[in-house]
Design a protein around this ligand. Sequence first.
Ligand code: A3P
Length: 314
Amino acid sequence: MENSSTDLLELSSLPKENWWGDEYLYKVGDFWLLPEFVQSTYRLIKQYKPLPSDIILASFPKTGTTWLKTLLFSITHQSSKDRLAKENPHDLVPVLELQVYGLSNDQPLVTTPANNVSPRIFSTHTPYQLLAETLDSSECRVVYVTRNPKDTLISMWHFVNKWEDRAKKGLWPLEVAADKFCNGLTPCGPYYDHVMEYKKLSLERPEKLFFITYEELKSDPKTHVKKLAEFLGCPFEGEDVEEQVEEVVKSCSFEVLSNHEINKSRSLEQFNLPYNSFFRKGAVGDHKNHLSDEAIERIDALTREKFHSTGFIY
Ligand code: A3P
């Protein structure tokens, strides 16, 4: 992140690579960012001073961020069920490099109307390699969610093709998407480096970072929601713990959330993205319906090389 200016990172000074059609990603550190996120990510890195009570949800795109937002919000806030019915998860838990350090907004919106009570919860797709100093500068807690790389790729491929401003220029062919994914050339890529650095932090400092996979949450949501609450310092208490946990899991389920009117009818304003594009299928293993055997073999080989040597299995 070397730059003479403290508040601007010139796009023209950064390496760029084509990832699809006439779209380019820009290299910041060792990661590829969409051009609209370069300045805001830079501002976030330079300006964000987390409060010790802040909770930061970090993730690679399309790994279950929206789901975790609702879970974190529900665990830490009373009457969350009503708010989930009326407000989109991305308004309840703003994205640091979008709503807070804004796309064109110079003034950080560190307190949003939905986030004006402690603890504040923010999300980010920024890799730990770029955010280490910020996260280490405070006692703030970090939750990282990840997901099987093949399902992540398929979710991203669908998402990008539904992104109106981009998709009107033509669709992103799946073979191209798979190839770019393997080469690390997707927004916030490389996926493997993104995941591994947060994984390492979770092993070194489990009190700082809670690492969870989409698949673990799917297979046993109640157990993991309880663990998450303990990590956040607000364990479920009382005689009706099981009912409370069940209520949180249900109100944050794909079926319930995706059927709220707010999530069916409105858009993430800053990005012209319909909220419903964050709720597609919500399943484990959907890649089998889309990827060729060759693509699966290629990604599996890469996953073995990148993850298995460190004991992290997918
Ligand atoms: P699919 O495209 O596989 O359906 P993100 O929030 O990081 O952008 O990830 C989006 C993915 O999470 C999408 O996956 C979406 O359907 C899924 N998702 C959203 N809300 C969910 C929920 N409450 N439970 C499970 N999956 C959810």
